[in-house]
Design a protein around this ligand. Sequence first.
Ligand SMILES: Cc1cc2nc3c(=O)[nH]c(=O)nc-3n(C[C@H](O)[C@H](O)[C@H](O)COP(=O)(O)O)c2cc1C
Length: 161
Amino acid sequence: MISIVYVTNTGSSKAYAQMLSEKTGYAAYSLADSGSVPEESEVIFIGWVMAGSLQGLKEARERFGNLKAVIAVGMMKSEKQDKDLKEKNGITEPFFSLPGAFDMKKLTGMHKMMMGMMVKMMKSKLKETDDPKAKEVVEKFEEGFDMIDEKHLSEVLEFLG
Ligand SMILES: Cc1cc2nc3c(=O)[nH]c(=O)nc-3n(C[C@H](O)[C@H](O)[C@H](O)COP(=O)(O)O)c2cc1C
């Protein structure tokens, strides 16, 4: 038996957990509700990336031991970040990363402050460059973006067979 366990802040990891659940028939649980996960179950963990750290992974490992797969939802997908994530978070399990969503309006507290500072820094750097791409990136953060799509689950589904 396999179960999906997720940790989310603004809903993208939950959205992927639900999509994966629909595609595979495996039940999806929030880590906060991990008491409901059947004892004999293998666990696929889905968490969101914050400053290079995969949220909830440590707790999921403590609760479930070995994980069947680890899935990171972030605001980008890059080989460099995947490599760094695996190293920093000690991920030796089969690993996948998925592009999530970003909406400043959904953030609160420390998270909002961190991203607010990041956007402010990017904005101040705009003055030193005339690269239109840099402007575009700032606009994207200000407006928000959503890259959640079931097509990104294809590698995970292939792995699960
Ligand atoms: C404070 C903060 C730090 C973040 N750091 C990263 C990061 O290092 N790498 C990344 O790809 N995404 C980063 N993100 C983006 C989130 O991982 C992304 O928005 C993700 O979809 C959030 O998932 P959730 O909706 O399940 O909470 C960060 C977001 C916040 C709020």
